[in-house]
Design a binder for this molecule. Structure first.
Ligand code: GLA
Length: 389
């Protein structure tokens, strides 16, 4: 029987090196991230995978055709690093590509799928992110993802398969059957509000393509980066406000995306930690049934194109996660009529509401709740039905 805790059952949670460090990675950094995960409560909050992204290998395979970890960046080798991570009660992730080369020009796994999967298994890898650069034009993406999924399956190790084809080739239509546990559905995220908003809005009508065993990956989190990337594209300056990062995290939780932290957790400030470690938001993300959320009464007349909407996710214990989002400009009142949830006055129920970021009970409401939400901010509630008598 499948249970929570089984690979890919809930949206995976962890950290990935790419957003902040891109090419500038090494084993000390990875060890330090693992240390921080334990010391500062990330592991206990549910974050488990520590993933090395692109740029970890030499530019050439060895004479036998094996991938070789860059000895300057990883002098102790990948097996020792995996052991270190496992000893901390965490899991180890690595990266390769369905094409001949990775996006940064290192060897990819095209036509090396089975030997590479064996190699990853020998090193103790628990998670493989699999990119889409330099894929021969005539090769079918579905076939290549299926081939690597089979190779991992035959590697002798339980390895989570994270597909990364940026939403191309209608991936949402075939990736579940190809065997991925999560799949990137958009281009690369950037550390700015427009990027967060664009990704979230592009996936709102794709909620039927995410769920247990295969989760829609809206890309790694930029929460807490504050312009800290070493890469111009991702964002070296500015970043987002705390409210924008909070809204980003809430959207990813409500919409069932994996939660892969992209900031330098060694330097994370208190506001960042309060968002990433919020137990109520993580509980919504990790709800065992991984249901998609739905938009309540999309674009009602009085909200127009304001960028305001309400998302609802029905949780497995019967409670409702309700997110009031204001992605537009200026403070707005966002009303929710309970009949739109199927909770009419006639059914005799009230909703007892709890504010997940404010961590306080708001009281019991009938028929309607209206949230006043600042620009680029959100209010995330849990609602419990209460019946008279
Ligand atoms: C692609 C992926 C990113 C990252 C880089 C590495 O752009 O979408 O997430 O893995 O490649 O080169």
């Amino acid at each position: 029987m499948m249970t929570a805790g089984q690979t890919g059952f809930c949206p995976p949670m962890g950290w990935n090196s790419w957003n902040t460090f891109t090419w500038d990675i090494n084993e000390d950094l990875i060890r330090q991230v693992a240390d921080v995960f334990v010391a500062e409560g990330y592991r206990d909050a549910g974050y488990e995978y520590i993933v090395i992204d692109d740029c970890w290998s030499l530019k050439e395979r060895d004479a036998k055709g094996n991938l070789v970890a860059d000895p300057e960046k990883f002098p102790g080798g990948m097996k020792a690093l995996a052991d270190y991570i496992h000893d901390k009660g965490l899991k180890f992730g690595m990266y390769s590509c369905a094409g001949t080369h990775t996006c940064a020009g290192y060897p990819g796994s095209f036509e090396h799928e089975f030997e590479d999967a064996r190699q990853f298994a020998e090193w103790g890898v628990d998670y493989l992110k699999y990119d889409y650069c330099y894929k021969p034009r005539t090769m079918d993406g579905e076939l290549l993802y299926r081939r690597m999924a089979l190779a991992l399956r035959n590697s002798g190790r339980d390895i989570l398969f994270s597909a990364c084809n940026w939403g191309e080739d209608n991936v949402h239509g075939w990736i579940r059957s190809a065997g991925a546990h999560m799949y990137r559905s958009t281009g690369d995220i950037q550390d700015n509000w427009e990027s967060i908003k664009k990704i979230a809005l592009s996936q709102i009508d794709k909620m039927s393509y995410t769920g247990s065993f295969c989760h829609n990956d809206m890309d790694m989190l930029v929460v807490g980066m504050h312009g800290g990337s070493n890469n111009d594209f991702i964002g070296k300056i500015g970043g987002c406000t705390d409210a924008e990062y909070r809204t980003h995290f809430a959207l990813w939780c409500m919409m069932g995306s994996p939660l892969m932290i992209g900031c330098d957790v060694r330097e994370a400030d208190e506001a960042t930690k309060a968002v990433l470690l919020n137990p109520d938001l993580i509980r919504i993300s990790q709800d065992p049934e991984s249901r998609g959320s739905y938009v309540v009464n999309p674009e009602p007349q009085w909200l127009g194109n304001s960028g305001c909407f309400v998302l609802v996710r029905v949780l497995s214990d019967g409670e409702l996660a309700i997110g009031f989002f204001n992605l537009g400009e200026g403070r707005r009142e966002i009303p929710l009529q309970f009949w739109d949830l199927g909770i009419t006055y006639g059914c005799g129920a009230a909703l007892s509401l709890y504010d997940c970021f404010g961590q306080k009970e708001l009281g019991s409401f009938r028929e309607r709740f209206a949230a006043t939400v600042e620009s680029h901010d959100c209010l995330i509630l849990r609602g419990r039905l209460q019946y008279d008598g």
